[in-house]
Design a protein around this ligand. Structure first.
Ligand code: GLU
Length: 462
């Protein structure tokens, strides 16, 4: 069923004979296909025309692969799923303090269209309810509603990796029937939180809700958030990393209407749903999911979208609070008797690995993988153990060649430790064949032999 009849993208594994991820999604789709509970939204006629049987699932990984099953290429209006992305744009345009001063980040626990404004300030609880979203939209830069909307459409398109169009009939209907949203805007304007013109603010908001997307688009947009704001299919940096984190945080606490708490409890992923039956969910650093199934439960969430998300989270063990454990050892061992210590010799350059004597003069510590707080903490312990004892080498070579990424926190901790070790008279140098200068505190060499030569020079001088 994977990708049957669909045009797979260049990066899609759809065409491959074996696709365990697509197959797993297909099984989940089959499992919930016969769940016919819920009602298709019909507050405007266009939404009521949606095919209640449609059920599409898509997953886009941070490496850009696309997996899709069922009606994953059927267009529908994005509706409330536009809210987190427009929030990111408002944060970029107005700055976090200005935005937080006008829209909160507290879950309201109320329905999406509730009149939930802070007494006194008129500040809506969060940007995922309609009041907060209308206010957020008004904070997007632009000389008028048209320019403001074009900037929103451009952002949504860049997150999706293709130019998104507006469903004009849906827009007109939203505009004609949107008096409750207008009322919310007037209340905010009266309270002083909304300073923009009411008609202009709701016009842009109705337009953004009417942008057409597919489940694959939603999954790509979600993957852009998962990937720190970089669209993994186009490689474009669409959002800043901190904006992506801030948006994901609000999605985690407020994204699923008044089901947000139980959603986080059960599914454990930042998400957003919309009244036309779409759901996006994000597994940070891993992938984005887009789902489409138009029948909604009493809270306005897609029945099959919620059920399938729960199954995906459980089967792929995605809950944010899940303890993953360490995935790879950070170190080659440093003890001389296991052979990763470089022995001093009189030849000047040869490196002896595997048969070093216990009283080796130079120790090599090779670090690998992603160096963040926890792995840096292991590195600090190993460095301390290796240089604290009476067998401390005279020089230490820290090989960073297999470090895939070094978080600034890890670099700062290691730099501080190296300074302490050097203050005790031990020379520390780093090796990185890619010459990335990951640490500031020590001399860097491209090979262990060069580093060794430098270390030896150091002792002879002493
Ligand atoms: N256009 C809809 C409204 O503001 C969006 C609602 C939704 O998706 O939650 O009423």
């Amino acid at each position: 069923m994977t990708g049957a009849g669909q045009g797979p993208s260049a990066a899609s594994p759809d065409a491959l004979p074996f696709d365990p991820i697509g197959d797993a999604l297909g099984r989940i789709r089959t499992e919930f296909l016969d769940d016919h509970r819920g009602e298709v939204a019909d507050y405007i006629p266009q939404l009521g025309e949606a095919d209640p049987a449609a059920f599409g699932l898509a997953l886009v990984g941070v490496a850009g692969s696309v997996y899709r099953v069922g009606e994953a290429d059927v267009p529908f209006t994005i509706q409330s799923i536009s809210k987190p992305f427009v929030y990111a744009l408002a944060l970029a345009d107005a700055g976090i303090d200005d935005v937080l001063g006008r829209v909160g980040v507290e879950p309201s626990g109320e329905a999406f269209n509730a009149i939930s404004l802070e007494p006194g300030t008129g500040r809506p609880s969060n940007p995922m309810i309609n009041a907060g979203a209308i206010l957020t939209t008004s904070l997007v830069r632009g000389t008028g509603p048209d320019e403001r909307f074009e900037r929103i459409r451009d952002l949504l398109s860049r997150c999706a990796g293709r130019v998104l169009e507006v469903d004009d009939a849906v827009f007109r209907s939203e505009h004609e029937t949107g008096d409750r949203n207008r009322a919310l805007a007037y209340l905010m304007r009266h309270a002083g939180s909304l300073t923009a013109d009411v008609e202009a603010a709701v016009d842009t908001y109705f337009r953004q809700c009417s942008v057409l997307v597919t489940a694959v688009d939603l999954a790509t947009m979600a993957a852009t958030l998962a990937n720190g704001g970089v669209n993994p299919r186009t490689g474009e940096e669409v959002l800043g990393q901190s904006a992506a984190e801030q948006v994901l945080t609000v999605m985690a606490t407020c994204g699923m209407y008044d089901y947000s708490g139980e959603w986080l409890f059960r599914v454990g992923l930042p998400a957003k749903s919309g009244v036309s039956g779409g759901v996006v969910a994000v597994s940070p650093s891993q992938f984005g999911i887009g789902l489409y199934s138009p029948r909604l439960d009493g809270r306005g969430n897609s029945v099959r979208g919620v059920a399938a998300s729960e199954a995906i989270s459980e089967r792929f063990t995605l809950h944010l609070m899940h303890q993953v454990g360490r995935t790879a050892p950070t170190f080659e061992r440093v003890a001389p008797d296991v052979g990763l210590v470089v022995a001093a010799d009189d030849q000047g350059t040869s490196v002896s690995v595997g048969d070093a004597p216990r009283n080796a003069d130079v120790a090599v510590l090779a670090v690998q993988g992603y160096l963040e707080f926890a792995s840096a903490e292991q590195a600090l312990l190993a460095l301390r153990t290796r240089t604290d004892d009476t067998d401390s080498p005279e020089a230490l070579i820290l090989d960073l060649g297999h470090v895939t990424r070094c978080h600034p926190v890890a670099a700062a901790l290691l730099d501080a430790m190296i300074e302490q070790i050097e203050s005790r008279g031990v020379t520390v140098v780093t090796v990185d064949r890619r010459e990335r200068r990951l640490l500031a505190s020590s001399a860097e060499f491209t090979t262990r032999s060069e580093a060794l030569a430098r270390c030896r020079g150091g002792w002879r001088e002493r």
